[in-house]
Design a protein around this ligand. Sequence first.
Ligand code: GLA
Length: 544
Amino acid sequence: MRRNGMCPLCYLKKLFSRPSDVTDVFYDKKYENGAALTPPMGWSSWNTFRNQIDDKLLLETAQAMKDTGLVDAGYEYINLDDCWHSSMRDENGLLQGDLTRFPAGIPDLVEKLNALGLKVGIYSSNGTFTCEDLPASLRHEKTDAYTFAKWGVEYFKYDFCHNKKISKYAPLVFSISLAPAGGRDILTVGCEDALLFGTAKLMPDKRLPGGMYISGLDGASGKAVFKNVIVPKAGRYVLTINILKKGLYEKFLIAHINGESYCRFEVPSQKPFNLSARYQAFVDLKEGGNTISLFNPVRTRADSAMVQYQYMGQALKEASARVAQEQGRAEKPIVFSICEWGINKPWKWGASAGNLWRTTMDIRPWWKWMKMIYERNVKLYKYSQKGNWNDPDMLEVGNGKLTPQQNRSHFALWCMMCSPLILGNDLRKMKKEVLDIITNKKLIAIDQDELGVPAKRVKKGGADVLARPLSGGRWAVCFFNKSGAKEVSYPLEKLQADGYVKLAPAPSYAYEEVWSGKSGSVSGKLSAHVDKNDCKVFILTPQN
Ligand code: GLA
């Protein structure tokens, strides 16, 4: 049996290889927006307040952030998590704050929070609803991104509840047409003029104008390229994709324009009452020849998530640039926080879509749970980089029944791993011991170190040892004791030999321990007494 005119084996081979010339644009791109060059620091409403938030709470929290010195310590974002909004979009289809909990509206609140010296974050879901079943942004990406940018939002967390996976199937295209925006079609190019790659193939159908259509653009395996599509002048055009209606399943297609921008077409399951259908999008073309490539980059669940997050990432960038222009002010980049709980291995593609990506399920203020999250995240150290970070979720320091030792370890581990430091406790009433932990200057400096190199776990056991290089020829070493109180030690030469940590060889090292402030000189091995569930963190500087 032949599929797409190919022998079954050839077809399978093509289907399961991902030809780099098919979807090249979607991979290995780094999301850069000038924000989150160090892991973001702030506070979020979720961990403590869940669905019970209002403007009063936000303003009191902002005031507390200022009064307690958290703002001075570097915490700059105040993030509204789920349930900030009304179940109703407004009469223009725009999201709006909960009508009775934020009666003055979100823009008013943003202004007040900004006046207290804080940047504001907001939340939505890459789905039809949020996790609390409120309206969300899938298929409203551009509109919602623009709304948030207009409100002056500078941090955006994008969840994954009620997500709809993009189909891996592509529609059957028989021609493309172009019209200047506001005008009629000025040209139509038939599918016979496209260059075909991978599984893409011309198929006959006498009923169609050119007697043929392209199939095989599915699953990141085939691509059709319309080269040298000539328009008389640069500007905005309407691209119409003319497709043969076939198949009671959803389909998806991307049109990639001149290797720069792209638009997408979502085709529902089609009833063949008519032979053909038209799908349109605006595209910006240059004068003379243009290249329009058609393909579906989605084969797997992870591809689908990546494409959707990339799309929102682009929408946020466009929105903040557009608003800056409209308001005649400097651009306020929006930190883009991907929150799909690590289920699609976002560490593999997150850096192409946003500034940070959750690596695990939701954190809880339970010691066992916190350790489980640490265990997963610590292994992913190679994926974090300046501007694009692993996110083991918001902090639970000061929440639940975590002991002082556990709070200390939780905070220190997050700092060692270059994690975002988004507080989740009630800042209006917190114990001094909690405030001392979250404002520990040395640890915050480790988290925020300009090298942005997260710690590697160099020893796993009853006590873990983590190490990372810091700027200024310094290193940080953490002893995290998961078992009973004991003496922990680690040979310095092992840190020198480690190809990632690369501790500079020296006869001795000046050290400072970040909790006690104790300092001195060490050679041979680093040792310390560490209590149960507690940690010690040393900053080492080579001495000659
Ligand atoms: C998900 C996220 C959480 C929080 C809630 C809100 O569970 O992972 O961090 O945002 O949704 O409903």
